[in-house]
Design a protein around this ligand. Structure first.
Ligand code: SF4
Length: 435
């Protein structure tokens, strides 16, 4: 045992969940590296210390997080690792229960407890590192978290319980971070927040996302800026005006709408109606006809009838979203929706999710086919087997369409922009040849 203690620690940070968690892991890695601690991301081959950054968003995510903790607790029992720490949303929410149930974990931390986690490594939290990040994504794109938390009160959502109230970062600090990222080769910034449109209301007493976008557009080296997670009620249309005016802002908006039937929207406390959602989408497309929209829907919410579901399908046909994701509802402790009975059977929830995805598949295919024969600027993300895989400005990494270019006669570099013509489309992928 003594020799083990003399050995230099090798730390592995495991990230589960969404891109916001990934940014938190990147900040942790940056702080550790600044103290010359040997740390790697999502690799545990020869690490003796493991930090798991958990997700607690929905049942499936919670299950994955718990299974991961149990796997590493087993590894600790077998002497394969020396220390195990757990942080992130699940830990924030269920710290006390987890401490009792998985005693192998050396310590649990909440989402705002990075300094305490660092103390375990004898590292002081360094404020001067704010804005510097060891990114774990491919070098040419990075997530930029512009705020933390959420002030909305959607009845199904546990995020405010785990991430707290909305806190915006200042425009200056975000521009500084974007400059650092650009210096390190980042070309595409993916702006993320629980709720983008609220940006600025806490620190500036007014919505300032449009100003932030203008400021980020002036950063040399950044060529694409993409917007994820906008709340629809009282959506500030000036964002779409900036998007139409500024070349660097991708014609892309991720706006999770969750549902479209009025009784369900009301019980979800979304503060918007079906008609208002339709008007909003029409207004957005009027200001920027080139925009591509992504949304997320939640089916099987308490009391959702077949009629409600049909209303959702009609809405999806009207809106013709370019990309759409579906979740099935499950009760989240301490949220308002638990006051309702979770009365839609599991198989009905899944059947509705499948039907909605099938409808979207047809819409996506039609929209993709319209791209055939047209020429687009493509950012190359990686090489995979016989293809280079990239994206147009209309697609975000991991979740959206990819463009495949035969590698046969071409030599392309990952992170470069190329110009290519779409030669074939299916529902979720595009095939292209270089122009
Ligand atoms: S806006 Fe999004 S993060 Fe905020 S409460 Fe609603 S669903 Fe949750």
């Amino acid at each position: 045992m003594k020799t083990k203690k003399l050995k230099r620690d090798k730390v592995s940070v495991i990230t589960l969940g969404c891109s916001k968690n990934l940014v938190d892991s990147e900040n942790l890695i940056t702080q550790l590296k600044a103290d010359e601690i040997d740390v790697e991301h999502d690799q545990t081959t020869d690490s003796n210390v493991v930090v798991i950054n958990t997700c607690g968003f929905i049942d499936l995510a919670k299950e994955e997080s718990i299974n991961t903790i149990i796997d590493y607790a087993d590894a600790k029992n077998k002497g394969k690792i020396d220390k195990l720490y757990v942080t992130g949303c699940l830990s924030e929410r269920y710290k006390n229960d987890l401490e009792d149930e998985i005693p192998e974990v050396d310590a649990f931390f909440g989402t705002m407890e990075l300094p305490s986690l660092l103390e375990k490594f004898n590292v002081d939290y360094k404020h001067e590192l704010i804005g510097e990040r060891s990114i774990t994504t491919p070098l040419h794109y990075a997530y930029l978290k512009i705020s933390e938390g959420c002030n909305r009160t959607c009845s199904f959502c546990a995020i405010p319980l785990m991430r707290g109230k909305h806190i915006s970062r200042s425009i200056e600090s975000l521009v500084k971070e974007a400059e650092n990222l650009a210096k390190n080769g980042v070309k595409e910034l993916l702006l993320i927040a629980q709720e983008l449109t609220y940006y600025g209301l806490d620190i500036y007493k007014e919505r300032r996302l449009a100003d932030l976008l203008d400021a980020l557009c002036s950063v040399n080296g950044i060529e694409w800026i993409r917007l994820h997670y906008a709340y629809p009620s009282k959506f500030p249309l000036e964002i779409i005006e900036v998007m139409a005016r500024q070349q660097k802002i991708c014609n892309y908006l991720d706006m999770p709408l969750q549902h479209a039937s009025d009784p369900v929207l009301d019980r979800m406390r979304r503060q918007i109606t079906n008609a208002e959602q339709k008007t909003l989408i029409s207004d957005i497309k009027k200001i920027n006809p080139d925009i591509r929209m992504r949304t997320t829907m939640l089916v099987g919410f308490p009391g959702e009838t077949e009629e409600d579901f049909q209303s959702l399908c009609e809405f999806v046909k009207f809106a013709k979203f370019d990309r759409l994701g579906v979740f099935t509802y499950s009760h989240e402790e301490n949220t308002r929706a638990t006051e309702f009975q979770d009365d839609v059977p599991a198989e009905v929830k899944q059947d509705r999710a499948n039907r909605l995805m099938e409808l979207q598949r047809e819409i996506s295919l039609q929209l993709n086919e319209k791209m055939e024969g047209k020429v687009y600027r493509i950012l190359i993300d990686r090489k995979e087997n016989e293809y280079y895989v990239g994206r147009t400005e209309f697609d975000s990494p991991e979740v959206d369409n990819e463009v495949l270019i035969k590698a046969d006669d071409n030599y392309l570099r990952v992170g470069d922009f190329v110009t290519a013509k779409i030669i074939e489309a299916d529902a979720f992928d595009l095939y292209a040849s270089l122009v």
